[in-house]
Design a protein around this ligand. Structure first.
Ligand code: SF4
Ligand code: SF4
Length: 379
């Protein structure tokens, strides 16, 4: 397993992208190639939530120069295909795709999946039919799964609202990690090129803090790539349930001693992980009946909330009711954080006894003060 790390800036990313394509040769000429960025929703590029347009622009040009027939597509967030083009336009990827954008949410196929939780799911036809798939994830944390990276980027194979439904079937982090890997195993990317020029720590994938890491990281094995990212975040790859599951199933190496790392591998100083995951590690019974008033759950900030109703519509277990604004039923909430992930106004904050204790410890330890200051409303 090989992982390549290169220094990069958004105004000078073409060189590293070229170097990566040379280092991981594929039969590009004449092939239909799907480039899959991480498009969480209609965020602007400077919000640091979505793959940066300069990376996608450089990749599209380099692949075309090799004779590939390029498509650029993703299934943003947890809503249907109607949100697709709006999201690509907002984050600058519609322009960066330079005519290669495809709304892959319009072409779902129901496929059998080897999973304990579900028999079949709706996946974009382009994911299944393309000759080569290049995943272009973002270097970010995730309040539920700890990391958002190359493996989690493949969860966007699923079309629309079924993503949220799987959260309700999983309930806990351990079970959800199994589902994420089930989806990844449907079609592991042929190459993953991670945008770590600006990365996100704290309560990602949309509410964290932006850091300049200045790195592009690539591998033809997404699991090993994520193991390197976890190391750079300062955590042991085997402590990330999603990576432990993928490794156990033989999908990739996560032992850094067994991965050939080409480039500067350094932990990012002061990188902060989300303070949410402890509650997710317990079993479903404890989660349901013991933890409701201890574990981390969302809280809606009325000063930021625009009453757009997205969280209310998206919650997979209907834990949010509406009374001139979102109202949470903590007993129903499964702490999947889909509402936080989907709120473009960063009005969904986190609370709960475990969260507050971890927050207080981390704030004391961190020289820079409390983590995760919102970086704007992303609109
Ligand atoms: S998604 Fe955010 S802004 Fe919209 S109703 Fe929910 S909390 Fe308010
Ligand atoms: S309220 Fe938010 S965190 Fe709780 S189950 Fe619904 S979407 Fe998930």
């Amino acid at each position: 397993m090989r992982v390549m790390i290169r220094n990069a800036r958004y105004d000078d990313v073409a060189g590293p992208v070229e170097e990566i394509l040379e280092a991981f040769p594929k039969a590009w000429k004449g092939a239909s190639v799907l480039v899959k960025p991480n498009v969480l929703g209609p965020w602007t590029a400077d919000a640091g939530v979505t793959t940066h347009p300069s990376v996608i622009g450089a990749l599209v040009r380099s692949l075309r120069a090799r004779g590939a027939r390029v498509m650029v597509g993703d299934n943003p967030g947890l809503r249907g295909y109607a949100e697709n083009e709006r999201s690509f336009r907002a984050c600058g990827l519609l322009a960066a795709a330079d005519g290669a954008y495809v709304n892959i949410g319009r072409n779902p196929a129901r496929v059998k999946i080897n999973s304990t939780f579900v028999d079949e799911i709706a996946v974009s036809g382009e994911i299944l039919d393309c000759d080569l798939l290049v995943s272009v994830p973002k270097f970010k944390t995730h309040a539920l799964t700890m990391i958002t990276g190359a493996v989690k980027n493949t969860y966007g194979y699923i079309v629309g609202t079924e993503k949220a439904l799987l959260h309700s079937l999983a309930v806990t982090l351990r079970r959800f990690s199994e589902i994420v890997v089930d989806v990844y195993a449907l079609r592991p990317p042929d190459l993953s090129i991670m945008d770590g020029v600006v990365c996100m720590d704290g309560n990602g994938p949309s509410g964290g803090r932006l850091l300049d890491a200045g790195k592009i990281i690539a591998s033809d094995n997404a699991v090993s790539l994520d193991a390197v990212m976890a190391h750079m975040m300062g955590v042991r790859p085997e402590s990330v349930p999603m990576l432990a599951v993928a490794h156990r199933r033989g999908l990739g190496e996560i032992d850094l001693a067994k991965i050939a790392v080409d480039g500067p591998l350094e932990a990012i100083p002061g990188f902060r992980m989300p303070r949410t995951f402890i509650g997710g590690l317990v079993g479903p019974f404890i989660h349901r009946f013991v933890f409701p008033f201890l574990r981390t759950t969302p809280r809606f900030n009325p000063d930021r909330c625009t009453r757009c109703k997205v969280c209310y519509e998206i919650c997979p277990v209907k834990a949010i009711s509406w009374d001139d604004g979102p109202v949470l039923d903590r007993r129903k909430c499964i702490s999947c954080f889909c509402c936080m992930e989907s709120c473009r106004f960063r009005a969904v904050e986190l609370t709960g006894l475990i969260y507050k204790v971890r927050d207080r410890i981390a704030a004391k330890d961190a020289p820079g003060g409390p983590a995760s200051p919102p970086a704007g409303n992303g609109t």
